[in-house]
Design a protein around this ligand. Structure first.
Ligand code: ATP
Ligand code: MG
Length: 192
């Protein structure tokens, strides 16, 4: 079973992804984590990725897709499937994911959309910047990330709605309540 976790920066995708992966025995595929790991290398690609992330833009599809393919290949026989966190982020990536799923005889069970309003997102990211120290967690980069989300990523809701895959969950409140909401959608999709 394969699930896409969707939502703006700071929506809580990473937090919920960990819980869902433990509960349903899935591989956690976070493109943000994969890209940050790559960007910590002192190579020209690493430095280029770092600059793009700090600019609040999307890293090139070429680089992102290469990392995705590698991760899927290394993990496809582990666990019960994949939880995609932060991927896809544009139409090209969504189409690629469809092809990749097809090529391993799999499909997307559902797309969970975590809804959180912008004020809360800003507050969360600023709190996180104090604890995690991510170089893209500052107000300037965040406003660019939000802009990138609304122009390139949000249109995918339409892409997946037309396949009847989108399930909306309120991303505010207790972590465990949000997780409950996500779980009930997953189970409803499994039993459909
Ligand atoms: P959060 O993890 O706080 O919910 P986020 O979704 O913005 O916020 P990440 O998913 O970690 O954070 O992404 C951080 C940055 O990594 C993005 O702003 C972008 O530059 C890059 N990135 C992550 N995923 C992709 C992707 N699928 N395609 C292109 N760039 C990506
Ligand atoms: Mg994340």
């Amino acid at each position: 079973m394969n699930i896409v976790l969707f939502g703006p920066p700071g929506a809580g995708k990473g937090t919920q992804a960990k819980l869902i992966c433990e509960k349903y025995f899935l591989n956690h595929l976070s493109t943000g984590d994969l890209l940050r790991k790559e960007s910590s290398k002192e190579t020209s690609l690493g430095m280029q990725i770092k600059k793009t992330i700090n600019d609040g833009k999307l890293v090139s599809n070429e680089t992102t897709i290469e990392l995705i393919k590698q991760f899927i290949n290394e993990n496809k026989n582990n666990k019960k499937g994949f939880l995609f966190d932060g991927f896809p982020r544009n139409k090209k990536q969504a189409e690629l994911l469809d092809h990749l799923m097809e090529s391993i005889n799999e499909k997307i069970l559902c797309v969970i959309l975590l809804n959180v309003n912008e004020d809360v997102l800003k507050e969360r990211i600023m709190n996180r910047s104090a604890t995690e120290g991510r170089s893209d967690d500052n107000l300037e980069t965040l406003s660019k990330r939000l802009h990138t989300y609304s122009s390139e990523t949000e249109p995918l809701i339409e892409y997946y709605s037309s396949q009847n895959l989108v399930r909306k969950v309120h991303g505010t409140g207790e972590i465990s309540d949000i997780n409950q909401g996500i779980s009930s959608y997953i189970e409803a999709s499994l039993n459909a």
